[in-house]
Every structure is written in structure tokens, then in C-alpha cells.
Design a binder for this molecule. Sequence first.
Ligand code: NAD
Ligand code: MG
Length: 383
Amino acid sequence: MRSLSVLGATGSVGASTLDLVRREPEAWRLVALTAHSNATELARLALEFSAEIAVVADEARLPELREALAGTGIATAGGPAALVEAAARGADVTVAAIVGCAGLAPTMAAIEQGGVIALANKEALVSAGEVMTAAVARHGATLLPVDSEHNAIFQCLQGNNTAHVRWITLTASGGPFRDWSWEQLSAATPAQAIKHPNWDMGAKISVDSATMFNKGLELIEAHHLFPVGLDRLRIIVHPQSIVHSMVEYRDGSTLAQLGPSDMRVPIASALAYPERMDTPCAPLDLAAIGELTFRTPDEDRFPATRLAREAAQAGGAIPAVLNAANEVAVAAFLAGQISFTRIAAQVEDVLNAYMPVAPACLSDVLAVDGEARERARQLMEAA
Ligand code: NAD
Ligand code: MG
């Protein structure tokens, strides 16, 4: 039996993780389950999985959580500091599935305990970069990518020497707007943006898929997870989302990982690593799918991947600024305050506005994130 914590248990990745755990109850002992504000759902999950502790990040929801779990023996806590404390209880495996830089501090707390970190929360790695990878090395933690592309690349690198890698190719679905004109993009609504053709995901990552910021963040994520050099990382649009990514070696061999567009596959790969476990996903039926197609991304309509590549090249605090500016812009778009095409434009404006110094520790990263958010809001108000 292995112990498990799920940070962001009420989200899309959290639900997929718990669906796998539900099928193997004898294999897992739940430590911490966390959520932002849905205390009712969190309490339900904590009871079902007999978690040690349930933590709600929004402290105003703690009374509700307490009441729902009264007399069950399950501990409850609320607020961002409690989230970090719960992650610091340590577990054999921690699934980092909070969305955004809000997941960084608890993920770092889990890393400091030295277990396996199954990382879905790409924004945390994008923002912290070397601060996180250094902590992983220092504490002897194991960072396993859950993001489907990175999980695919991780699998394609097994048993190979990264010195022989010619290219790592991240596939991108292109999102719901991949064939839209600039005029159409300018008028795209939040409801259209969160309706992804292949994947069922949270609202923020769905908008990121539509802008291609998701792929931009993933480029930076790959740069930290697989340090083969930025010039060896590239992106290809693959609308069917069946080939999850590829690694080409110097001899001309390309290894790819294929699977259904279901996050339970990469999550299972990380949960069971280095073993394998069953998933309820239907086997891949390539004959039914028929065609796998590929095309070059269009960075004129979707500038996000260019901005992310430039941010990765600049390094230091710049990826954290890019991420924070994008989080603010996506929230503003979802709230109906800015247009779809303003998301990338606004991120670029924030990147051009100032040059923070490279962070050396977690609190530096959080300070960069906070200032970038403030700058993004100021620019938005001035516009
Ligand atoms: P989601 O919105 O469905 O869930 C997010 C979870 O984080 C929820 O449990 C929510 O309560 C919690 N949360 C949100 N804000 C918080 C805050 N301020 N403090 C504490 N907790 C907070 O998101 P998701 O789609 O599950 O994505 C989670 C992460 O996984 C993201 O980083 C995303 O990019 C990544 N990811 C998701 C998918 C997917 O298919 N959904 C695929 C690859 C990577
Ligand atoms: Mg992905």
C-alpha cells in the first residue's frame, strides 16, 4: 500500500486521479485532499477515500467543510498556509493538480518531503523553473510528468541517452479555434473557448489550449523536464490528439507515444511508474480513427508559442512573468473584460513593461508572480 495526496482533488485531473484510485482501493492510503472552494465536493471525496485531512484554500469555506466532516475523524483546515502544511505531511506520491501558480507553494512543500511528485500543475514549474528542479534534486524527490505530452516524452526517453536526441516534438491539438481567421478569433467568446474538441478539462487550461498558451507553457515545462536545449524542442499541430508527443534520435528513429485523449492514461503511467496499471479507457482503435494528420503551427494567429519560446530563451524571471500575465488575462477574458485576441497582446505588453531579476528561491518566485499580476492589472486598467 502506498500513500497518496491529491492537491486539487476537485478538478478535472483530480477527478481522473481519484477515478483510478477508486478502482484499486487496496493499493492506496489517502493522506491529503485539497480544493479551492468546493467544500461539499471535497468533504464527499474525503469521506469516500478516508483521507487523513481535507483542506480548502478559501478559508471562508472552512466552517462548511468542518460541519460536513464533523465526527468522521478526518482533519480539516483552511487557507493557503494550511494547504502547504498538508502537502508537507508527505506521501509516497503527491499528485500536483492545482491550476496556476497557486499550486507552486504546496507543490514545493511536497517536493521537500522527497517523494514522487506526479506533476500536472505546469504553471508551477514554468514559474519556478530552476528553483523547482534544484529542490527536486536537493531533496531526492522524483518528478514524474502527468501532462500528456511530457508523459509521452518521458516514456519515449526511457532506456535512451538524451545526448542522442535530435528533436523532441510536442504535439498540439490546435484547440477549438485552430482554423479560425483573425477576425473570428477577435470575436471568440468564453463559452466557445472552453469547449475543447478532444479533451475535457478545467476552464483555464481550455482557454490556454485555444490561445496556444498551453503549448507555450508546455514548451517551457519540457525545457525544464528534458534539458536537451531549447533549439531541440519544437511543436507540431496534430488535431486528433492521438500521438501525444515524439522523440527523434540521431539515427533517424522517431519514438512516439499514442493513446486515447483521456488523462487517466498519463496519470496511470505516473501512479504506477515504473510498473503499469489497468485503466478503464477503451483500447486505441486506429482503424476507426482512420487518419492522423500534422501541420506547422501558425504563430501569426497564435503568437503564444513565440512569446513562450522568447521567455524560455530569456530565462530568469521572465517565464514567471509570462505565466502570471497569462493567468490574469485568461481570468479577464473569462469574466468578459477583454477580447480573446487581447490575451496574447496583453501578455506581450506586460513582458515589455519591465525586467525583474531572476528568482533564487520560492519567495522570490512568488514575489515575481505577484508583481507581474499587479502590472498586468495596471496595464488592463490603463487600456
Ligand atoms: P480544474 O480547474 O479542473 O481544477 C483545478 C483544481 O485546483 C481544483 O481542485 C481547484 O479547486 C483547485 N484550485 C484552483 N484554484 C486554486 C487556488 N487558488 N488554491 C488552491 N487550489 C485551487 O483544472 P484541471 O483541468 O484539473 O488542471 C489542473 C492542472 O493540470 C493545471 O495546471 C492544468 O494545466 C494541468 N493539466 C490539466 C489537464 C486536463 O486534462 N485537465 C491536462 C494536462 C495538464
Ligand atoms: Mg498537455
